[in-house]
Design a protein around this ligand. Structure first.
Ligand SMILES: NC(=O)C1=CN([C@@H]2O[C@H](COP(=O)(O)OP(=O)(O)OC[C@H]3O[C@@H](n4cnc5c(N)ncnc54)[C@H](OP(=O)(O)O)[C@@H]3O)[C@@H](O)[C@H]2O)C=CC1
Ligand SMILES: CCCCCCCCCCCCCCCC(=O)[C@@H](N)CO
Length: 337
């Protein structure tokens, strides 16, 4: 006869077990695997940082790779570097993603795309009050409209419903600043949050074409873009972003590629990112019943953790602002003497 203790254990775990079984049947879309070898991968912003690391990685895994960016010299350098490292010749194309015709022309010229990586992006962190509207418009136009131009230009060719070409992927580079509002990033956060909405809606529209959307949420990543950003960044932004560990571009590229291959909708890059994805799961599609299980069990606890972080960040904002005001006062006193 089973002991009462065993009975109790079963009783406690039964609901979890049931939930798990339900989730196996509930999660949508159904699992998908995206092959990379011998397929055409098209990467915007592939001449620098994360995009370059991804171009290198996909080329070394046997994909045909094309990259798009503005600066021809950087494109050429990337082509040479990848040829040297892998022996693979990639295609390089110069266009500004803000120019829909130029983007369309490039995409029409490269042939069928199997994996589209919308990775280009610009970031100029500054308090909104200090930022020119021109800079806000620049970030929104490149990060949001630029992504629309690229996706729209590629979509018709990628769709071709029922052509038996195998599953295709559209991967979009957001940021942890697309999951969390961060001081000094009003425009950038707006642009990166926007990409999530774009991706969630788009996945419903393209699922029947066997196209699988992934959104990647990296933390600070060591790239030329970050070096430039660091020269502008308000201190408070630096402190808040510092709560998520900085990564190397190669590691982010590796996470990105694994996410694409497994057809994951939300792709996280480090531990903090994984926690953020549980805290912000919302109504996003989820293929993995294991992740769905973690999201359900983690939801309320992660909300509590999130509130603790927010408490801490508001404290930082208060202290830094008080310190800055005090400094100004001292400056004024010194000057008055
Ligand atoms: N580095 C980081 O800390 C993080 C970055 N991200 C995101 O990852 C992506 C890549 O970032 P990262 O590697 O750091 O960036 P980099 O600044 O190192 O590279 C940006 C790439 O995008 C291209 N690009 C920029 N503007 C345009 C444009 N108007 N038209 C076409 N191409 C353009 C650049 O080439 P060119 O200038 O020649 O056009 C370059 O190839 C971005 O979307 C960024 O928001 C997300 C989280 C963290
Ligand atoms: C246990 C739960 C942990 C939660 C930790 C939360 C940390 C949030 C940090 C947000 C970081 C935003 C980085 C933006 C990087 C980026 O996109 C730029 N480098 C480009 O501008």
């Amino acid at each position: 006869m089973a002991s009462p203790f065993l009975f109790l254990i079963i009783l406690i775990f039964l609901p979890f077990l049931l939930l798990f079984v339900v989730l196996i049947f509930l999660v949508r879309p159904s699992p998908a695997k995206i092959p990379i070898a011998n397929r055409h991968v098209f990467i915007t912003g592939g001449s620098s940082g994360i995009g370059f690391a991804l171009a290198l990685k996909t080329a070394s895994e046997g994909a045909r790779v094309s990259i798009l960016a503005r600066n021809r010299n950087k494109l050429e350098e990337s082509r040479k570097a990848i040829l040297l490292a892998t022996g693979v010749e990639i295609g390089v194309y110069s266009a500004d993603v803000r120019d829909p015709e130029a983007v369309q022309e490039v995409i029409d010229s490269v042939g069928e795309i199997d994996v589209l990586v919308v990775n280009h992006g610009v970031f100029l962190p500054r308090e909104l009050d200090e930022e020119e509207l021109e800079e806000v418009r620049f970030m929104v136009e490149v990060n949001v409209m630029g992504s629309f131009h690229v996706i729209k230009a590629a979509l018709k060719g990628m769709k071709r419903r029922g052509t038996g070409r195998g599953p295709r992927s559209i991967a979009i580079m957001s940021s942890q600043a697309g999951q969390v509002g961060v001081y000094g990033y009003t425009a950038y956060c707006a642009s990166k949050f926007a990409l999530r909405g774009l991706g969630e809606a788009l996945q419903q529209e393209v699922i029947e074409d066997d196209i699988h959307v992934s959104i990647i949420f990296p933390p600070d990543t060591k790239t030329p873009g970050l070096d430039l950003e660091n020269s502008l960044r308000p201190d408070i932004s630096r402190v808040i972003a510092g709560y998520s560990v900085e990564m190397k571009a190669e590691s982010v590229a590796e996470k990105t590629l694994n996410g694409i291959k497994s057809g994951s909708f939300i792709v996280t890059c480090n531990f903090e990112g994984l926690m953020l994805s549980i805290a912000t799961a919302g109504f996003s599609p989820q293929r993995s019943y294991i992740m769905a299980f973690c999201e359900i069990l983690g939801a309320s606890f992660m909300r509590f953790v999130g509130l603790c972080f927010v408490w801490n960040w508001y404290g930082i904002v208060k202290n830094c602002t008080a310190a800055a005001t005090a400094n100004k006062k001292i400056d004024r006193e010194i000057m008055n003497v």
